[in-house]
Design a binder for this molecule. Structure first.
Ligand SMILES: *Cc1c(COP(=O)(O)O)cnc(C)c1O
Length: 219
């Protein structure tokens, strides 16, 4: 199926319940342009170097989402243009994003990544780390970042009951976040990928990150 058609099909099934982010990591620019020419401009990338190269080469009105693990020393490269960072996993990183956003006279939208999987390989904060981060008085000084919600990655498994349990757990933490911190503009839950996005939306996802189901296998 063509990229445009895959996107249109997913958008139709979503029924406006969530935003679709097309994950274009390790895909050639021609494929990204195909999505762009079909009117789709919301793309997600995992690696800073690849993201910067694509941003330089492709149309400037693409909305870039950083969804991969981010090191503090690389924030400066994406701060001038990134639309949202989904993978904030420490106060130190948030502080650096704030610093670089200020340098660029911008405010950067961020999601705090929570560890919800039963796998060692997935990154993110434990729930308690989230509450500690939000209780940090120095958070108030970070005027150039907006905490827009949470992101999570489920365990890579065929066991949908397991995945559903993890999605529901992230939704529970999200609800608690809004109860405890009504001052935050926390409206987004970024969860769900090619294999499990319908389940994620049923569990409350507002942003799904879909790669291979749109662009095919990665290089
Ligand atoms: C690669 C990736 C995706 C997309 O994965 P697919 O299975 O290809 O849809 C989503 N989120 C993150 C964080 C990723 O690294």
């Amino acid at each position: 199926m063509s990229i445009a058609k895959s996107i249109a099909e997913i958008e139709e099934k979503i029924e406006g319940k969530a935003k679709l982010i097309a994950v274009s990591k390790k895909q050639p620019n021609e494929k990204l342009l195909e999505a762009y020419k079909a009117g789709f401009k919301r793309l997600g990338e995992n690696y800073v170097q690849e993201l910067c190269a694509k941003q330089e080469e492709l149309p400037k009105d693409i909305e870039w989402h950083m969804i991969g693990h981010l090191q503090s020393n690389k924030v400066k490269y994406i701060a001038p243009f990134v639309h949202m960072i989904h993978s904030v996993d420490s106060f130190k990183l948030l502080k650096e994003i704030n610093k670089q956003a200020r340098k660029n006279e911008r405010t950067i939208d961020c999601l705090l990544q929570i560890f919800i999987a039963e796998e060692d390989s997935k990154t993110g904060m434990e729930e308690q780390e989230l509450w500690d981060l939000l209780a940090n008085p120095a958070l108030r000084d970070l005027e150039n970042v907006r905490i827009c919600g949470l992101m999570g990655m489920s365990t890579f498994t065929e066991n949908t009951a397991q995945v559903e349990k993890e999605f529901r757990n992230l939704k529970r933490i999200f609800d608690k976040l809004n109860e405890k911190h009504p001052e935050l503009p926390a409206t987004e839950i970024s969860m769900g990928m090619s294999g499990d996005w319908p389940l994620a939306i049923n569990c409350g996802s507002t942003m799904i990150r879909v790669g291979s189901a749109i662009f095919g296998a990665r290089q």
